[in-house]
Design a protein around this ligand. Structure first.
Ligand SMILES: Nc1ncnc2c1ncn2[C@@H]1O[C@H](COP(=O)(O)OP(=O)(O)OC[C@H]2O[C@@H]([n+]3cccc(C(=O)O)c3)[C@H](O)[C@@H]2O)[C@@H](O)[C@H]1O
Ligand SMILES: Nc1ncnc2c1ncn2[C@@H]1O[C@H](COP(=O)(O)OP(=O)(O)OP(=O)(O)O)[C@@H](O)[C@H]1O
Ligand SMILES: NC(=O)CC[C@H](N)C(=O)O
Length: 545
């Protein structure tokens, strides 16, 4: 005898309980009728999407969930549906997974391990469960667990103790650069220490800063991966288990397709594309507009925008000023041509001159400084926002993680925008990603990758006049921001000079106010500048500690 389980690697819109419920019903019927599945397993909090944040505090949530559960029970039969939802039990909210069959809930599991670190805030909303939930499906004792549960030994050991022969794990496990490998090692350990096969089902899609890359998979009781669903694709992916006649061993998964793992650049690039596409489509923007400077950040952002929503919905705007080189003008035009997007050239001299004329009495007696540079960036920001308002296009902001770390960007200038694909990507990785994108098809002119980065806000300016080289800067930033090292610990390796390290760390600390005002963007690392890192803006902390 066999049991076929469909892993529903799907995208849900946070808060859209009605459509998410309809999708659960439709996919369950497809799994039953077209794939002959016995069971369908959805990701964590299927009905609300993840994370629903403070929508979970709305009083109207509870009746809507109850109505959704009733609808699934009524409309789906002849397949076991394993679905996630928040549920009020005796006045307390739990993060639940239920097994629905023939109009009944056969069992309901409450998540036990509530993550409250990095981007996760589960304890703000949920009470923790404390018991295993085992449901018999075709004579097999199936144990349920929800995402963070699998990262700890106790819930799975408890399920095993309660008789589980198979674990179904519902996830909302967001991408970061090392996550794919980490999950596989984790499942290997958890399955082998309990001698239990595990079916791991994840979302594919994105929600604000979080990207879900899919990659649902199955390990056997030894922890060996026997099925790997593709990355960055939605779908129903089935796995079969045989149930031995003598029931020794009782349950054996049958190997299926194993999608190959993506390398770092491919995976990060796909995360950026997915994050942006989902943000644009779920928020119903008509398109994307961005300032195209001829520099590398806007070039890469443009390529991601086109890959996300198509060239016909992307507009690039070159806004030259006195300091814009002919090389920048040529390269920006070339990028737009290679990618086939609408391209406009809007010189900003008259607008900047008008500002300067109006401000002249105000500035009398003051020397020229960054104020005038920032005016150029702000004029571009105003221009892009006007196009955004008029056409319903979202402004894609282009600042990378290195710049956002040290505040190398102008508030209300090049920081305007609704979303960023580079805010968690260091400049050194920006270069690698451009090479990766060009390996798929040449879209970023070689000169854009090889010329020294410049903000072109003053004559002959290059970034490395005011910042250390990006190799050095990124290494210091990685140690301070992502590894929490102090200045003295960073200096201990003798790789950097004292003055540079203290200057960089001081800039990072001082610029928290800028990052707070920056648009959201795709989380790529385990320590992005979003919900991962919540520092006070006003503080008396000693720089570098
Ligand atoms: N703690 C605090 N809390 C709240 N607000 C605070 C603040 N400290 C300053 N401010 C405000 O922020 C202002 C300073 O910020 P802002 O106006 O942005 O100006 P600012 O940081 O002084 O200058 C922008 C810097 O970014 C560089 N840049 C600009 C554009 C593009 C690029 C690039 O290569 O991509 C680089 C530029 O060369 C310059 O070094 C202050 O005048 C004040 O209004
Ligand atoms: N001449 C310009 N025309 C259009 N947009 C511009 C121009 N200059 C700057 N921008 C916008 O402001 C952003 C910041 O650019 P800037 O040149 O100051 O620094 P950067 O970090 O080197 O970025 P890039 O590598 O894209 O040039 C650019 O990515 C672009 O979106
Ligand atoms: N939703 C969750 O419980 C996610 C937590 C888990 N550690 C993960 O990132 O996969």
């Amino acid at each position: 005898m066999t049991i076929r389980i469909a892993m529903a690697q799907l995208d849900m819109l946070v808060g859209d309980i009605k459509n998410n419920t309809e999708s659960v019903i439709a996919q369950s019927l497809i799994a039953r009728d077209e794939q002959n599945a016995d069971v369908i397993v959805f990701p964590e909090l299927t009905l609300t999407g993840y994370p629903p944040e403070d929508l979970l505090l709305r009083p109207s949530l509870r009746p809507r969930i109850e109505a959704a559960l009733a609808q699934i029970l009524e409309q789906v039969h002849d397949i076991y549906v394993v679905v996630g939802y928040p549920r009020d039990i005796d006045g307390e909210l739990f993060n639940c997974a239920g097994v629905f069959y023939q109009g009944q809930i056969l069992g309901e599991y409450c998540k036990q391990k509530l993550p409250n670190f990095q981007v996760f805030d589960d304890k703000r909303y949920f009470e923790a469960g404390n018991t295993a939930c085992i449901v018999a499906i075709k004579g097999i004792k199936v144990g349920l667990s929800i995402c963070e549960d699998i990262w700890h030994p106790e819930p799975i050991a408890q399920a095993k103790e309660a008789g589980a022969e198979l674990i179904l794990n519902l996830n909302a496990s967001p991408f970061h650069i090392e996550k794919m490998g980490v999950r596989e090692q984790l499942l290997h350990r958890r399955a082998s220490e309990n001698q239990l096969p595990i079916v791991y089902v994840n979302y594919m899609g994105a929600q604000d800063e979080l990207v879900y890359e899919g990659g649902s998979f199955v390990v056997d009781a030894k922890g060996v991966k026997i099925r790997q669903a593709p990355w960055y694709e939605t779908g129903l992916y089935c796995v079969d288990f045989t149930i031995a006649e003598d029931r020794q061993p009782r349950l054996e998964p049958i190997s299926g397709d194993i999608a190959s793992t993506l390398d770092v650049e491919a995976s990060v690039y796909q995360a950026m594309v997915t994050g942006l596409r989902e943000y644009i489509e779920k928020n119903r923007f008509k398109g994307i507009v961005l300032g195209l400077s001829g520099g590398i950040d806007s070039a890469l952002s443009l390529a991601v925008a086109v890959d996300a929503i198509g060239a016909d919905r992307v507009q690039a705007v070159m806004m030259p000023y006195t300091y814009t080189s002919s090389m920048s003008l040529e390269d920006a035009q070339e990028e737009a041509k290679l990618l086939g997007v609408e391209y406009s050239v809007l010189p900003i001299e008259p607008m900047v001159a008008a500002f300067m004329d109006t401000l002249a009495p105000e500035f009398e007696g003051y020397a020229r400084d960054t104020t005038e540079e920032n005016l150029q960036a702000r004029t571009r920001g105003v221009t892009l926002m006007a196009i955004s308002n008029k056409k319903g296009y979202m402004v894609l902001t282009t600042g990378n993680k290195s710049e956002m770390a040290v505040g190398y960007a102008t508030l209300y200038g090049d920081m305007v925008g609704g979303y960023s694909v580079l805010k968690d990507v260091f400049k050194t990785l920006v270069f690698r990603l451009c090479r990766y994108r060009n390996s798929l098809g040449y879209v970023i002119p070689e000169r854009v990758i090889t010329r020294p980065p410049s903000a072109e806000l003053a004559p002959d300016q290059i970034d490395e006049d005011s910042l250390p080289s990006y190799d050095v800067l990124d290494e210091i930033l990685h140690k301070y921001i992502e590894q929490d090292m102090s200045a003295e610990a960073i200096l201990a390796s003798n790789e950097f000079d004292r003055e540079t390290v203290y200057r960089v760390l001081r800039l990072v600390d001082l610029n928290e106010y800028k990052r707070r005002q920056a648009p959201t963007g795709v989380r790529i690392t385990e320590r992005g500048f979003g919900r991962d890192r919540r520092y006070p803006m006003t503080n008396g902390w000693h720089i570098g500690d």
